[in-house]
Write a protein that binds this ligand. Structure first.
Ligand code: BDR
Ligand code: CA
Length: 319
């Protein structure tokens, strides 16, 4: 089987944990390195969570490195209302003997890209601070990147704000640098992220079952929550970031369009990804400059049942 060599950039994070488990379990995905960035939790917590999740998944030895402790310009902001104080929704995984590499995330990405015979896919499930630093520090690696697949942005509603998705909102300048890099980019945004979920009864059955990995996955899914409009916490069961990893191996489960996209950097729209879905040119194009846009592939629809089944099947947890 032809495998897809990838570097995962994570801010683990309940759904980053689901994505890591899926990635190391899927036979067509070859995880060459994992880099960590502050986002859903502090950098130290993200690194610790990532190493523990790899143990829980029974992963082989994979180099893990710590990256940026905060966004390029913005202040780091907590996501503890969704991911809990420890980033895993309060799930406490056993301590691990795994340790991070003695090099930075940027250096681990650079080395992995330069050492590989084939181009690598960068999968960012997190604020894109590490990727922006890589592309600004070592622009020569751009040729070694097959494409960047990122979970982030939205062509419709936001979650961090009414229009901005968390990963892009957390570090908009980094996302703008990545979009402007010229590397082929695939956006797995909230339009699809918000559709793929595991029903609560299935998650509960896993959490209370006898399979060790199933118990971890069931607990993580049980911690997939959101603030409802009345500010109470509700179960979502979203596989979240794991859907962006599913997209690597099952692109046919998505409706994808190539669209011009830009990141807003100021005002209330800061962190919004504007996706131009017009079929015809508008006055802005006719009457002069329309600013910086990147033509990228955007996932706009997903066969949610197919992706939820792919996720559970790959983990050997289908009912
Ligand atoms: C994204 O932000 C985090 O909460 C999730 O892990 C996901 O990467 C969703 O907006
Ligand atoms: Ca994430």
């Amino acid at each position: 089987m032809r495998t897809i060599p990838v570097i995962l950039d994570v801010d683990t994070g309940v759904d980053d944990a689901l994505a890591l488990i899926f990635a190391v379990k899927h036979p067509a995905i070859d995880v060459r390195a994992i880099t960590c960035v502050a986002g859903n939790a502090s950098l130290a917590q993200v690194v610790d969570n990532t190493l523990r999740v790899l143990d829980a998944a029974g992963a082989p030895s994979i180099p893990v490195a710590a990256g940026a402790i905060r966004p390029l310009l913005a202040a780091a902001r907590s996501a503890s209302h969704v991911h809990g104080e420890n980033g895993l929704g309060g799930l406490h995984l056993p301590a691990t003997n795994r340790v991070p590499e003695a090099v930075s995330a940027v250096e681990l990405m650079r080395r992995s890209l330069m050492a590989s015979d084939e181009r690598l896919t960068l999968v960012a499930l997190s604020p894109q601070t590490n990727l922006a630093l890589l592309l600004r520090t070592h622009p020569e690696v751009a040729d070694r990147i097959e494409r960047i697949v990122f979970m982030g942005g939205s062509a419709s509603v936001g979650n961090a704000t009414a229009v901005a998705e968390f990963n892009v909102w957390h570090d908009p300048e980094a996302a703008a640098i990545v979009l402007g890099s010229g590397v082929p980019i695939f956006m797995y945004g909230l339009d699809v992220f918000n559709q793929v979920s595991v029903p609560q009864d299935a998650a509960s059955a896993l959490a209370t079952g006898t399979d060790a990995l199933g118990r971890v996955v069931g607990a993580l899914l049980g911690n997939r929550i959101a603030l409802s409009e009345d500010e109470s916490l509700v179960y979502t069961g979203l596989i979240g970031d794991a859907g962006a990893v599913c997209a690597l191996v099952d692109p046919d489960g998505l409706g994808i369009e190539k669209r011009p996209v830009r990141v807003e950097l100021s005002g209330y729209g800061r962190g919004q990804t504007i996706v131009d879905r017009r079929r015809y040119s508008g006055e802005d194009r006719l009457h002069g400059g329309i600013g910086e846009w990147a033509d990228i592939d955007v996932a706009l629809d997903v066969d949610a049942t197919r992706y939820a089944e792919l996720f559970l099947d790959t983990l050997g947890l289908a009912g």
